[in-house]
Write a protein that binds this ligand. Structure first.
Ligand code: GLN
Length: 327
């Protein structure tokens, strides 16, 4: 039983299977590769996983297939920067305003403060990564990987070929980093910051890992599988707020309107969704729309929200799933 949704496990898994069947034939979109022929990515990989705050796990399709976390990392790096520096300082470095621009839009900083608009697009994310503390590059990376470990429940690793290729091909990110340093919004070596940013993006996870990360955020920062506190609870609402308003790039407004729970996408094909107090949702499917969001991922989240009344402004009474409304 998912108590908050009044739905039985059998009925819930059947719904997930039905959504998987329904959207598998949706063969649209472009796959992101940092360089041609680096890896074989099957456009039909399609996995869904839901983990509830009391540790129930629901999996469908290619939920075990490893993929790159990419921009979903921005949420968790933001959490680490908040833990290192506190809310006021972090806010003085990176604002929390949606941009309405593409994720890698070249430079968009506030006119007076020179702050990047938010931590979910590359300008803000690179400035946030720059804040991650450590005695040197290896220590900073270890802190980042250990942070992921707390959310996932086991160690995760950086995919080296991806990292090398993103380092070679990342002209836009270099340009962003130089401009940020010019504005005084990052300090120290450009290469060190960019390396750490690309390392955080090149971590390999699967749908189950991602859903546990989501469930940890849904559960006030406590990993429901291990009981470990992954992030200081008061910061969870900061992460969820920026995910809600900025997590889907220039689709963020429509996402809030149609889906209505905090989420974040990555060009690896993953989408993480968080229904606070209830569950984490992960969908993985590599083909992306022109904004860099997984096409099947959006469909699954839209449909889950609609069927189960997951929009956070939907009144509780309608979260009764014994009789899915299929409005
Ligand atoms: N590594 C990618 C970049 O910074 C991540 C982008 C993404 O997932 N949107 O360009």
């Amino acid at each position: 039983m998912i108590a908050q949704l009044h739905v039985s496990p059998t009925s819930f898994i059947n719904d997930l299977r039905e959504l998987h069947r329904q959207y598998l034939p949706l063969r649209q979109g472009k796959i992101y590769v940092s360089e041609p022929d680096l890896v074989e990515i099957n456009p039909d990989w399609f996995g869904i996983c839901v983990v509830t705050v009391d540790g129930q796990v629901y999996t469908v399709g290619d939920w075990e297939q490893p993929f790159l976390i990419q921009s979903i990392s921005k949420v968790f790096a933001y959490g680490l920067a908040l833990s290192d520096w506190g809310r006021d300082y972090v806010l003085s470095r990176v604002d929390v305003e949606p941009t309405g621009d593409a994720y890698n839009s070249l430079i968009k900083v506030e006119e007076n403060s020179k702050r990047p608009y938010n931590p979910m697009v590359n300008t803000g994310a690179i400035a946030i990564t720059n804040l991650i503390e450590g005695k040197g590059p290896a220590h900073r990376l270890n802190r980042l990987l250990d942070m992921y470990r707390r959310y996932v429940g086991h160690r995760v690793f950086v995919d080296t070929p991806t990292l090398v290729s993103e380092q070679t091909a990342g002209d836009r990110n270099w340009a962003i980093a130089y401009l940020l340093r010019n504005f005084g919004m990052i300090s120290g070596g450009i290469k060190q910051t960019l390396d750490l940013y690309l390392q955080q993006c090149s971590v390999i996870i699967n749908c189950h890992d991602l859903a546990v990360m989501g469930a940890t955020l849904a559960n006030n920062g406590v990993n429901p599988m291990t009981g470990e506190q992954a992030i200081h609870s008061p910061y969870v609402k900061d992460l969820l707020s920026v995910m809600f308003t900025c997590g889907m790039y220039d689709f963020a407004g429509e996402w809030v309107y149609k889906v209505g729970f905090p989420a974040k996408s990555g060009v690896g094909g993953g989408i993480i969704g968080v229904v606070p107090g209830v569950m984490g949702i992960a969908v993985f499917s590599p083909p992306l729309d022109k904004r860099g969001n997984s096409i099947r991922g959006i469909k699954v989240c839209e449909e889950l929200s609609r069927r189960f009344g997951l929009h956070i402004f939907e009144q509780t009474a309608s979260k009764n799933l014994d009789k899915p409304t299929h409005k």
